[in-house]
Design a protein around this ligand. Structure first.
Ligand SMILES: [Zn+2]
Length: 326
């Protein structure tokens, strides 16, 4: 197990720009790109640090043997990936980093693209390490287990790749209106931040939205700060509307006073790059912290089968009043 982890970790550090079809070809060096910008993280940081469950494979495997826990992490270290060259990182994301977030259709498209790119990068690394391990282990008793991992990693990789390429085409053609969204603005400062894309299985009303064994659609989710207040953003491609709009629609149909808590649950259930302020995390009851950490533990387990009620409202994690839904 540990040799697998070490090899996986090395592959995870492979550096390659994923933005090969947007704008100019890549010449620049690969930079550590933040999926959640530092300017965002600083708004919930204390002494330059946020709280998050470590996501490196080594840390996850260690926690699987002891217990999952959240730790302080520097804003310069959180949510970084080596998946864009300096040129593309600057050119693509200036309009969401150098100007205030107003959730224009162009900004929503760029946020969606970066979340899908992070998912693609993660899935590609996972597939490469699983495939390598499969070759090394052929003939060993672990063989079937790795075949299974390779098959499922391969499916996730192809779906993330497809979502990435379709989003790139929209950006290249500046067809920003083809990204649909739900933006919920809260009247409270953010305590939790998240950015990522996932394939929802069940909606907020415990109904199935898609079967992971069939062709799946992605939804991206962001929880960020805009004008100092928390903002939740779901985005999806118009071509994925059948699945995405059932999922997001079931969120929009929940009572407003549940929305902040449901957003927190969803982030911990589905998104790797989720962090929070020290104050908010420390003020949660011990049982509530345990419930959120349990979501992360299960999401990292090969044996995890989601329950239809995985996103149903259970605990009240946050009191941010809803100011606006668009
Ligand atoms: Zn590039």
């Amino acid at each position: 197990m540990w040799s697998f982890t070490e090899r996986h970790q090395r592959i995870f550090q492979l550096k390659e720009c994923v933005a090969t079809r947007v704008g100019s070809p890549c010449h620049g060096r690969i930079v550590r790109a933040h999926i959640i910008p530092r300017s965002q993280l600083r708004q919930i940081a204390q002494r330059g640090r946020v709280i998050a469950v470590p996501t490196s494979l080594t840390a996850v495997m260690r926690m699987q043997r002891s217990q999952f826990e959240a730790k302080e992490i520097g804003v310069g270290e959180f949510s970084t990936m080596n998946c864009f060259c300096a040129n593309h990182d600057k050119a693509l994301f200036a309009r969401v980093e150098d100007v205030p977030l107003n959730f224009s259709s162009e900004q929503l498209t760029l946020l969606h693209y970066r979340a899908v790119a992070a998912e693609f990068y993660h899935r590609r690394n996972q597939l490469e390490s699983a495939a390598l391990e499969h070759d090394l282990e052929t003939g060993e008793p672990n063989d079937l287990r790795f075949s299974w991992i390779v098959t499922w990693s391969g499916k996730a990789f192809h779906e993330a790749h497809d979502a990435l390429r379709r989003t790139e085409k929209l950006i290249a053609a500046r067809r920003f209106k083809d990204i649909r969204s739900l933006v919920v603005r809260f009247d409270a400062p953010p305590d939790v931040m998240t950015a990522g894309a996932f394939r929802p299985q069940y909606d907020f009303a415990a109904r199935r939205v898609q079967n992971l064994a069939e062709d799946c659609s992605y939804v991206a989710m962001h929880l960020l700060a805009a004008n100092g207040a928390a903002a939740l953003v779901f985005t999806w491609l118009q071509t994925d509307a059948a699945v995405a709009e059932q999922f997001v629609g079931s969120f929009a149909a929940r009572p407003r006073e549940q929305m902040a808590s449901l957003a927190v649950q969803c982030a911990f259930e589905h998104i790797e790059h989720t962090c929070m302020s020290n104050t908010w995390w420390s003020d949660l009851k011990r049982s509530m912290r345990a419930a959120l950490l349990e979501r992360v533990r299960r999401a990292n387990s090969l044996a995890y089968r989601r329950s239809p009620r995985c996103l149903s409202y259970r605990l009240h994690y946050a009191d941010w009043p809803v100011a606006d839904i668009r």
